[in-house]
Structure formats: C-alpha cells, structure tokens
Design a protein around this ligand. Structure first.
Ligand SMILES: [Zn+2]
Length: 299
C-alpha cells in the first residue's frame, strides 16, 4: 500500500511555469536596460534583442524530455549587452521555449502505445532489469518517444539508481520480455492499474507496473520548490525505486534534502526538493516511514 501512495502534490497548478516566466521577464528587463543606450549603433537583428526574445526554433524534445536533457533547440535567445568596444555580442541561451501543454482525459481508454526499440543498458554493474514504456491513448502534448526519452535519461543519470552499482536498466520494445513497465496513464487508469480507484492524484507502483499519473506529469505539485522538470525526474526515480525494493522514507530534518523515497508529492515536511537517490556518488536515504498526508481530491 505504501508503494501505491507514491508521489503526489497538493494542487494541479504548475508552480514552475510561473517561476520560469518570471525569471524570463527579469532576464529580459535586464537585457533591455543594458541594450537601450546602444540600440542605435546595432544592426536590425540586434534590435530583436531589445524587444526581448527571438524564438530560434520549435521545441524538438517537448515536455517529455527530462530537465537534464534539455536540448539546445527550442530555446529563446536574448541578446547580451553589446560591447562598447564594438565586438559582436554573443547570444545567450536562457529559457527553453514553452513546450505544448500536456492534455489528457480524466479517464483514458486503457489502450496503450508502447515505444519500440531498445535503449542502451543504463549503468555498468549490477542486475539487469528490462522495462517497457507505454503511454495511454488520448494523452497529447507528449509523445511516447518523448516520455520514454525522459524516463531513460532520468534512470541513466549518474545520480539515479543505475549509478549505484546494484542495478542496470534497459528499455525494450513491446515484443520483448520485460521485468516491469513504466506507464504514463490518465488519472482514472492510474487508479485501475494500482487497484486504488479513489486516488486520481498520485503516481504509484503495483507489482511490475510503475505508473506515472499524467496529471502530475503535466502539472507537478504546488509548493514543490523546484521546476517541473525536476519533479518529473523525482517521480520517475521514486516509483522505479519502489520497483527496486525501496519503501518510503522520512525527511531527515528541517532544511535538509529530501530522500527520493520521501513522498514529496504530498508534502516536503521541512525538507527541500530532491529528485535523485544518489548524492555525491553515494546512496542518500532517510529513515523508513511515511507521513499521513491527505491526498488531494483533484486530479
Ligand atoms: Zn511511494
């Protein structure tokens, strides 16, 4: 049961998006102040920088990409302060272009798109577990390939489970045997997969089903204290951590870093957000236990 009340938030708002926008505004304001005195001396192309931003291209990785894997495409460039010596200012890559919103029905059809092909083996030592990645039909704004890339990038990160020397992981295609499946599921399907119909809010793990609730993938949780990309990394590591045998853990103290197996979706309890099981090359864990946090009714 504890494994089913995995990651969860307290509202559907995406706090990260607002912060990112706010940071973008601050950055642009700074650029404008710096640029205005020199605007008459620069070319038309630079004037775009005065106005704020130039969208270089559409995002190619979309919302499924983990934060650590944010590509250099789909970025907003701001023009840096023109040098008074006349050198061409170098563009500064700052804020990723807004990906399309992840949209989903409250209850999907329980049919799936499973990503084909294989990922590299993640990790260099330990038992090898293979997993599939399946995205429920009806979910738009993130393709199965994007979601799979986000999962693989997270699990292959040197801060993730595969760095500990105990586990290696590999994503495989739909026709291959697998030890578990990572689902991106609508809220109602999440309840069905985890035999817990009352909870449409959290993600969960039930036997070989690692179920990421698309509502949390889309919106994260309020008051998480970190960007949505980090919350997504957290929820993947947390739920896969259950599959690897880890139970819930407690915040070790006010102001400390939350263990990845803390139910950060439901409350931080004085800890700071953390998406990773490894810190400084070592497993970072808290005391076993969980809080009796209420699960929000909203998706
Ligand atoms: Zn959990």
């Amino acid at each position: 049961m504890s494994a089913r009340r995995a990651a969860r938030p307290s509202s559907a708002r995406d706090p990260r998006a607002g912060r990112r926008r706010a940071e973008g505004r601050r950055g642009r304001s700074r650029s404008r102040r710096l640029l205005l005195p020199a605007v008459t001396a620069v070319a038309l192309g630079l004037a775009v920088g005065v106005l704020g931003v130039t969208v270089v291209s559409g995002a190619s990785s979309g919302p499924g990409a983990a934060g650590a894997a944010t590509p250099t495409t789909g970025v907003v460039r701001e023009t840096d302060e023109p040098s008074r010596s006349g050198r061409t200012p170098e563009p500064e890559v700052t804020t990723p272009a807004a990906p399309p919103p992840v949209v989903y029905p409250a209850a999907g059809p329980r049919t799936w798109r499973t990503v084909g092909g294989r990922s590299p083996v993640l990790g260099t030592a330990g038992s090898l577990l293979r997993f599939r990645v399946s995205v429920e039909n009806g979910i738009t704004g993130v393709t199965p390939e994007q979601f799979a890339e986000a999962v693989v990038t997270t699990l292959g990160d040197p801060r993730s489970w595969t760095a500990g020397g105990r586990w290696r992981l590999q994503r495989v295609g739909p026709g291959e045997s697998a030890n578990f499946t990572v689902y991106l599921a609508t809220p109602a399907t999440r309840g069905q997969l985890c035999n817990d119909a009352s909870d449409h809010y959290t993600s969960c793990r039930n036997d070989d089903r690692v179920v990421i609730n698309v509502a949390r993938w889309a919106h994260g949780v309020s008051n998480y204290g970190a960007p949505l990309a980090e919350y997504r990394q957290y929820v993947v590591n947390h739920e896969v951590g259950h599959r690897l045998g880890h139970g819930h853990e407690l915040c070790p103290g006010k102001g400390r870093v939350a263990p990845v197996m803390q139910q950060q979706t439901l409350g931080m309890h004085g800890c700071t957000a953390n998406a990773w099981p490894m810190r400084d090359g070592r497993l970072y864990a808290g005391r076993s236990g969980q809080y009796d946090d209420p699960i929000p009714d909203t998706d």
